[in-house]
Structures are given as structure tokens and as C-alpha cells.
Design a protein around this ligand. Structure first.
Ligand SMILES: Cc1cc2nc3c(=O)[nH]c(=O)nc-3n(C[C@H](O)[C@H](O)[C@H](O)COP(=O)(O)OP(=O)(O)OC[C@H]3O[C@@H](n4cnc5c(N)ncnc54)[C@H](O)[C@@H]3O)c2cc1C
Length: 430
């Protein structure tokens, strides 16, 4: 007899939520996490001034209902991001011109979302190839490509157009996605969820192998073996595919895991003694048309003044190869160019390079880099019971976001609970 009902691998938000839901429903669960902390792509650090900041997932908005509910349930404190004043654009244009260009880029995004997923003309196309086909001014095309690099963190000629359109259709917020963050950090929310799991969570437990049969699973962590009736791999697809399986996974699943690539992102916190940009009626945001994949915003709260700079896509890949001191000088020069010399004199700069992160992939989410892999998400969501796959990437809403991870965790837990109650396995989303 297996020792437990369900083993969940990976204590990011997907795994934490799946484990909590199953435990709350009375199932005997074990959550195995490779790192010595929970949270996955949500993590934090304490700056020299004592301020704890999120070095991974941080922001959210009111259009993300599952995350909003979780925040309320755990008593954490949302802080509104500072948004009064103008955004700075580089190369310099007036705020009105910058916003006009942004609206045109947004309209192109809407055009992408409105494409017909069944249109044979679009099959096998890259995002870059689709943009080339559009009759739009060059600066709008550049703005769109910049957005793709910044949000999906890969070069647009490496991302499947059908995938990006499908992914973006599920990102449905109407409010600014950086509208709020948590005073205590998003990572502290992950820790609060984990605290309720107590002895059912094991850290420093790196799963390498899964044996599976209709009777259950055995999961290997170094020399130790854990058995259960089912296993949920709450891992990004590029991480799941590193595990070995006996017997080997069905071909369709192996292929569905193979079509993903990790993105590349670096997140930088820049702490100052005062939010000097506000004096000039600036909101702290900078949108760079060049270099592409770069964005800054105000992340101050309470008595902490600071900016966050995101670097995504090829630019992050490039800087990953260079010393952090050079990256720091590059960022400070860009900020000084945008806000004046005071921006070049921070109290502290903290760089978190996620590129090639061994446990979560290199950015906000994995993306589909095979241009003809329309059913990969469906195949993974179906899984091969008693082996299930779940992660933010596979979520029906807000894939690649914390909200998406919560939805994915709830979805897989609901399915597993239903199957236990029915004594069999059910087709996905029944
Ligand atoms: C820099 C950065 C900024 C972001 N900003 C935002 C934001 O502002 N807002 C937002 O909504 N989202 C943001 N995101 C995205 C968001 O954080 C993720 O989409 C989400 O947290 C993914 O959760 P997950 O549980 O699906 O996967 P993950 O968080 O990747 O969790 C997977 C877990 O599995 C563990 N693991 C891996 N291999 C093994 C193994 N072999 N054995 C055991 N455990 C293993 C990993 O250590 C990890 O804990 C950001 C991400 C990053 C990196």
C-alpha cells in the first residue's frame, strides 16, 4: 500500500496551493521542495537598510481574484504602487507622444488576441514573422517586439505566435498589472501558506525520479523513496522534463514537455534615500524603446524609497554573461539619464539574476518555442494519471503569473479530489 494519498513536487505557489487544498480536504499529502525555502519564483531578500523586498514575483492587481482572496485570508497588506505623475520615455519623447505610441502597441496586442486560433495561415509562425506581416509604422512594430521581450522574456523570433496569442488571451486584467504589491512581501505570503502545511512539507528534497503504475507512484529523493497513490509535478515544464520516469512517459507527453524554453530575466532593486523623481512630478516608471526588454517602476513603500528595474529577453541573456558590477553601472547610467544625477547615487543595488536558475527556469514563465505545438498545454494538463502536471504556465487564466499558479494549483487539486471520490481518473476539466 502506498504510504500517502498524494505527493506534490515543488513548493512554488502552484504546489503550495495544491497541497493546501488537498490537505484541507482531508487527504494525506507530502510536499517536496528542492530548495531550502518555499515560494519558487517568489522569493525575497533583506536589504542593508533592513527592508525585506521581493526579488521574484511581487506585483498584482484587483483583476486577479484568487490572489486577492488569498491575501485577504492570510492578513497580508496590499500597498498601491505609486502612479502619480508622468512616465519617462527613452529615447526621449513627450509623455503624450509616449502614451500615444503605447496605445498603438496595445492595439496591436488586441489584434493578436483577436486572431483566429484555427487560421491555417498562422500555424507554425513566429511572433516576429507575424509582426512583419502587419501594416504598421516601424516604431509600433519595435514597441510591440520590446513588449514581448520584456514580458515573455525571449526573442520574438523564438516564440510561437499561436502560443503567444493563446497565452495573452488569458491575461485579462484591465487594471495596471503592477497596481499593488505586499508590504510584507509576496514571499511572506508563500511562507504563511507553507506554515499551515507544517510536517507535510519537506525542504531540501530534490526529486530525481518517478516510478509509476496504476497502483501508485514512488518518488526518489537521493537515496530516499516516498510512495503515494498519485503525484502532482508542480514544476515549470522545462523543469519537469529533467526528471526520469519508469516506465517512460507516453510519447505525446514527452513531446509536450519538449516544446518549452525558459525565458531570461534579471530583477534589480535600487534603494535611495528619498523618492526624488516625485519632486519632478514623475511616477518612477521608465519605458525604454532601446535597449529593448527594459522597464523601471517605483516600488517605494512606507519609509523606503526605491525603484525596481526589470531586464527581460536577449538583454538579460547578454548581461548574465557579464560581471554584476558592470550591470550595476549600466543600470545606474540609464536611471541617471532618465531621472538626473541623483539616480546614479543609490544607497544600495540588489541584483537577482534568474537566467539559468537551476530550479525554476530563467524568467517569469517558460514559453513555447516550437512553432507547431498547439496541443502541448492540453496534453500536459491531461497528464498520465497517477502522474499529473501543473504550473502557472498551464493555467487557464493569467499563465505566467502568481494568479495563474494559484488557479493551476486549485485546478489540479480539484481534479485529484474528484478522482479519489469517484475511484478512477477523469478526463481533464470534467
Ligand atoms: C523575477 C520575477 C518576477 C516576477 N514578477 C511577477 C509579478 O510581479 N507578478 C506576478 O504575478 N508574477 C510574477 N512572476 C511570475 C510568478 O512568480 C510565477 O509565474 C509563479 O510564481 C510560478 O509559480 P509555480 O509554482 O507555477 O512555479 P515555481 O515558482 O517555478 O515553483 C516550482 C518549484 O519547484 C521546485 N523544484 C524544481 N525542481 C524540483 C525538484 N526536482 N524537486 C523538488 N522541487 C523542485 C522549485 O524550487 C520551485 O520552488 C515573476 C517571476 C520572476 C522570476
Amino acid at each position: 500500500m502506498p504510504e500517502r494519498d498524494v505527493i506534490i513536487v515543488g513548493a512554488g505557489f502552484t504546489g503550495l496551493i495544491a497541497a493546501s487544498q488537498l490537505a484541507d480536504a482531508g487527504f494525506d499529502v507530502l510536499l517536496l521542495e528542492a530548495r531550502s525555502r518555499v515560494g519558487g519564483k517568489v522569493e525575497s531578500t533583506v536589504l542593508r537598510n533592513g527592508r525585506r523586498v521581493d526579488t521574484g514575483g511581487q506585483f498584482f492587481c484587483r483583476d486577479m481574484p484568487q490572489l486577492m482572496a488569498l491575501i485577504e485570508a492570510h492578513g497580508t497588506t496590499p500597498v498601491m504602487s505609486y502612479a502619480d505623475g508622468d512616465t519617462v520615455f527613452r529615447p526621449p519623447v513627450s509623455p503624450a507622444e509616449g502614451l500615444a505610441l503605447w496605445r498603438q502597441v496595445d492595439a496591436l496586442r488586441e489584434r493578436m488576441i483577436a486572431t483566429d486560433p484555427q487560421d491555417p495561415e498562422l500555424a507554425g509562425l513566429t511572433v516576429a514573422a507575424w509582426v512583419e506581416r502587419q501594416d504598421i509604422p516601424a516604431n509600433v512594430a519595435q514597441g510591440f517586439l520590446r513588449l514581448v521581450k520584456g514580458l515573455w522574456c525571449r526573442s520574438p523570433d523564438e516564440i510561437s505566435f499561436a502560443y503567444l496569442a493563446s497565452n495573452d488571451r488569458r491575461i485579462t486584467n484591465t487594471h495596471w498589472e503592477l497596481e499593488m504589491f505586499l508590504a510584507e512581501t509576496m514571499h511572506s505570503l508563500a511562507e504563511r501558506i507553507a506554515a499551515n502545511l507544517d510536517h507535510r512539507l519537506r525542504l531540501d528534497a530534490r526529486v530525481t525520479h518517478v516510478d509509476h503504475s496504476p497502483n501508485g507512484v514512488t518518488v526518489r529523493v537521493e537515496q530516499e523513496l516516498f510512495s503515494a497513490r498519485k503525484v502532482i509535478l508542480a514544476l515549470p515544464p522545462t523543469i519537469s522534463r529533467r526528471l526520469s520516469f519508469s516506465p517512460a512517459l507516453p510519447d505525446a507527453l514527452g513531446r509536450a514537455l519538449a516544446v518549452w524554453g525558459a525565458g531570461n530575466a534579471i530583477k534589480v532593486h535600487v534603494a535611495y534615500s528619498r523618492p526624488f523623481w516625485r519632486v519632478d512630478a514623475l511616477n518612477g516608471s521608465v519605458m525604454w524603446q532601446e535597449p529593448q526588454g527594459l522597464y523601471a517602476c517605483d516600488a517605494s513603500h512606507g519609509d523606503y524609497p526605491g525603484l525596481v528595474v526589470f531586464i527581460g529577453g536577449p538583454l538579460a541573456e547578454e548581461w548574465h554573461e557579464k560581471p554584476p558590477s558592470e550591470l550595476q553601472a549600466f543600470i545606474l547610467a540609464l536611471l541617471a539619464d532618465a531621472f538626473g544625477p541623483e539616480a546614479g547615487q543609490p544607497q544600495e543595488v540588489h541584483i537577482r539574476d534568474w537566467v539559468a536558475d537551476p530550479w525554476t527556469g530563467g524568467a517569469y514563465s517558460d514559453v513555447i518555442t516550437e512553432f507547431d505545438a498547439a496541443d502541448a498545454e492540453e496534453v500536459l494538463n491531461r497528464g498520465a494519471p497517477p502522474v499529473y502536471f501543473a504550473s502557472s504556465e498551464l493555467s487557464p487564466s493569467f499563465p505566467g503569473y502568481i494568479e495563474g499558479a494559484i488557479v493551476a494549483g486549485k485546478q489540479v487539486a480539484a481534479r485529484v479530489i474528484l478522482e479519489f471520490r469517484q475511484g478512477g481518473s477523469t478526463p481533464w476539466q470534467e
